[in-house]
Design a protein around this ligand. Structure first.
Ligand code: FA5
Length: 357
């Protein structure tokens, strides 16, 4: 029995010596954790030795207990100080690896903005929404019947030549203007239920035009249409005067010149007094004092009738603005092709102001 006791004491002394050596040599808190498990864990070496307790006499048991306590005291003490030292070292290493140099300049994100055509379209939409108009959309791929026939341009009408386009088939084409939306909207309108019809319809249109500084084979228009009882040319003039003042400046005046469109009668071209020279004459207005901005007129009775509206009871006016054209005038853009070349040097000039996104 004495021998077994001695043996156990020797084992514990050796265990402690080897444990302390391992602790001292440990290079991380993770290794320390493993050492703790190896010696004092459920299946640890000290735990194994302690199991011999049950074989000892009552006098010997406390002696072994003291040895075990001694082991724990020494082990925990050395473990604690080593752990503290390693934790501090590891924190230093972590701080060094995660260090951020706050003096480095940040990475700038490129900030985009709405295209100037979109900005202009939205400005026009807001202006007419404020006058009680609804916004309507129409298809860019259109039927010949809506683009031409219901606009009083039957097959083989010579005025079709002014708006030649890209054909998908003999009856389907890329629309040449936003006017077909007039017919589409009138067909669906119920005056009894909906009251007077007031709509604008912006969108893309296409023509077989050669591209130059003022013409593009693809551009944008905004259609306007008002139909109700007793609408006159005076209503058209009042509305367009309000539009010109709001869009180009309060001092602007408009004038109407006779023109021809098959879907309006009478038809007019609308000029706005030059916003650069105020009407005196300059390079923008080609010394006339006036700038042409849109086509308009009283909706032709045939067009009303073809869309199911009684021309004896109702009358209306319509207008078609070239969105590209008014954007060019407003922002002094000298070539329509700039809009479609995606050159950021051009586009980024229109980031500022109320329309910035
Ligand atoms: C029309 O397209 C008519 N639908 C406008 C209209 C509507 C008249 C309702 C009466 C009642 P016009 O072909 O003139 O009309 O074109 C209208 C505007 O579109 C022109 O004033 C011009 O600003 C613009 N435009 C016409 N062709 C081109 C083109 N190739 N490139 C850029 N803008 C163009």
């Amino acid at each position: 029995m004495v021998d077994q006791m001695q043996e156990l004491q020797d084992q514990i002394t050796k265990l402690l010596e080897s444990a302390l050596n391992q602790i001292q040599a440990a290079e991380s808190t993770q290794i320390l954790q493993q050492i703790r498990v190896d010696y004092t864990g459920k299946k640890g070496q000290l735990t194994q030795v302690s199991k011999a307790m049950k074989n000892l006499s009552n006098e010997e048991k406390p002696q072994l207990g003291q040895m075990i306590n001694y082991f724990h005291r020494e082990f925990n003490q050395v473990m604690a100080s080593k752990e503290e030292a390693l934790k501090a070292k590891e924190l230093q290493a972590q701080l060094a690896s995660e260090r951020i140099d706050i003096t480095l300049p940040g990475r700038r994100n490129f900030q985009g903005s709405r295209h100037i055509i979109t900005q202009t379209r939205e400005e026009l939409e807001n202006l007419f929404l404020g006058m009680g108009y609804q916004i309507v959309e129409g298809p860019e791929v259109e039927l010949d019947s809506y683009n031409f026939e219901k606009m009083n341009l039957p097959k083989n009408h010579p005025a079709r030549d002014m708006q030649d386009t890209f054909y998908i088939s003999s009856e389907v084409l890329m629309r040449t203007h936003t006017s077909p939306v007039q017919a589409r909207t009138m067909e669906k309108h119920d005056f009894e239920k909906d009251g007077p019809l007031k709509m604008v319809s912006p969108g893309k249109v296409f023509r077989r035009d050669n591209d130059d500084a003022t013409h593009s084979h693809q551009f944008h228009q905004m259609e306007g249409l008002v139909v109700a009882e007793k609408i006159t040319l005076a209503d058209l003039k009042g509305t367009l005067t309000q539009f010109a003042k709001a869009f180009f400046g309060q001092e602007r005046e408009i004038r109407l010149r006779p023109s021809f469109f098959s879907f309006t009668e009478p038809s007019v071209e609308v000029d706005v007094s030059c916003f650069k020279c105020g009407g005196k004459g300059c390079n923008i207005c080609k010394d006339t004092g006036w700038i042409e901005v849109l086509g308009a007129g009283m909706v032709h009775p045939n067009v009303l009738a073809m869309s199911g509206i009684d021309p004896e009871k109702y009358s209306g006016f319509a207008f078609g603005v070239g969105i590209d054209r008014v954007a060019m005038l407003k922002y002094s853009i000298d070539d329509i092709r700039h809009f479609y070349q995606n050159d950021l040097r051009f586009l980024s000039q229109f980031k500022g102001g109320q329309n910035r996104c």
